[in-house]
Design a binder for this molecule. Sequence first.
Ligand code: MSP
Length: 519
Amino acid sequence: MRIYFTTPIYYVNAYPHLGHAYTTIVVDVLTRFFKLKGWEVFFLTGTDEHGDKIQKTAKEKNKEPKELVDEISLAFKKTWEYFKISYNYFIRTTSASHQRVVQFLLQKLYDQGEFYLDEYEGYYCIGCERFLTSKELDEKGECLDHKVVPIYVKEKNYFFNLEKYRSWLKDYLFRNEVIYPEFYREEVLNLLEEELPPLCISRPKNRLSWGIELPFDKEYVTYVWFDALINYLTGIGYPENPEWESWWKKAHHFIAKDILKPHAIYWPIMLKAMGLPMYKKLLVHGYWLVDKLKMSKSLGNIIDPIEISEKYGRDQLRYFLLREMAFGYDAEFNFSNFILRINADLANDYGNLVYRTFSLIEKHFKTIPDRSGNLEVLDEEFIQNITQALKEYEELFLSFQFHKALERLWQAIRSANVYIDRCAPWELIKKGYQERAGIVLRLLTEGIKSFAIALYPVTPEASQILLKTLGLNIDQLHWDLVWNFSALSCSTVISKGKPLFPRVEIEKLTHSVAKSSSS
Ligand code: MSP
């Protein structure tokens, strides 16, 4: 079975921040999860390198656009390398292969008569890289996301008649559960109640030269969104690669709500006009906020994901991001919540469970005890509890409800801590019931093994350490192993090792929010 995941391709006018890292990490977690389940996954990410925004930033920095895009695109690549992001391909819209396909599709639509030349005037937000309607401005006339007054533009351009496809799209979205969470689908359906203004698909070269030239008019370059959206096709080798269609049918685009309109309206209509099938799903998350404001370069409240991972750990950050944000809704990035999750969930609940279990085995058994002997009701309940939690965790994960999945798994981790306290294997050993203590510790180790596998997509580094300790081969990991209680060998020597997730001391809490150095 195949599945295709994409992140947005990020603008290279600024260095990656925690908001970009979130979407990319979510897709990485899912990629690892589906691979664990035996699926073939194609994961595409990359950079969006044309348009007003890039040209303007290059000018401000006294650089050629090409120099700027090479530099920042590399910074994105390096950031994803640091986070060990398991992408298959990193696309750059300035690559020749991408530009060729964009021109091919533009020509095709032009030949079909989809474009017309017209004079246009309107308010353009460079931050959004699109014209805004009056409903998209606040009372001061500023863009809701970027808090700047858009620039007034009047020029002759090529237009794409979106209105022609409105009723088709409305019907399609009404009949198909393409957008998740559901309230974003409703938002788009509401937008589709009103007539769609034509989409301006060109920019005159005398104003903007940094773009893909229109194949049918050398005086113009392509509108950046028209160029960018096509990356989802070029990234899988459309049209030459014979495999592209099998991936395309399973395309899942992950985005934040800032770019809902281009993905839910422009893109489906572009695909329809090009005679290509619709993508499978659009998954929309909310914003990471800092003091209630969207984290963004333009607002200067960004957090550097590498800086905080260096300090607190990559796995810790991944866990926090997935556990804290209810997918679809905004979430506040707050250091005390971050530290609380590290100390309470990771260090106390999960880390301590492992440490206690492994210490007792190391001291009294050396190797993983076997399961010989009868199980008590308490043991059966414990096994059932964990089995049920894993089943629900898997279902919640497959339905993109990561925070709930983790919440459910943590109930099981906490129940394992209750089980160890109730059985008190240290007391059993003291009283000479070595065999009974062995059963309890064996069951706990089986539970830990299941947690480590289930959490491998979220906290891969910690899981690798645990699974290695348990004598399992990380390269042959498969989801079904979570159910396989006999996978652990009694000859595996256990050493408690270092605590998996060290507690964060409060002194470390002093952290300043990184400020963007560029405008
Ligand atoms: N280049 C376009 C996307 C083209 S896709 C065909 C673009 N780039 S962007 O650099 O502005 O990235 C926007 C995306 O970055 C969001 O949709 C989201 O994935 C991520 N985020 C940026 N800031 C974010 C937050 N504050 N919170 C959550 N995600 C954020 O738009």
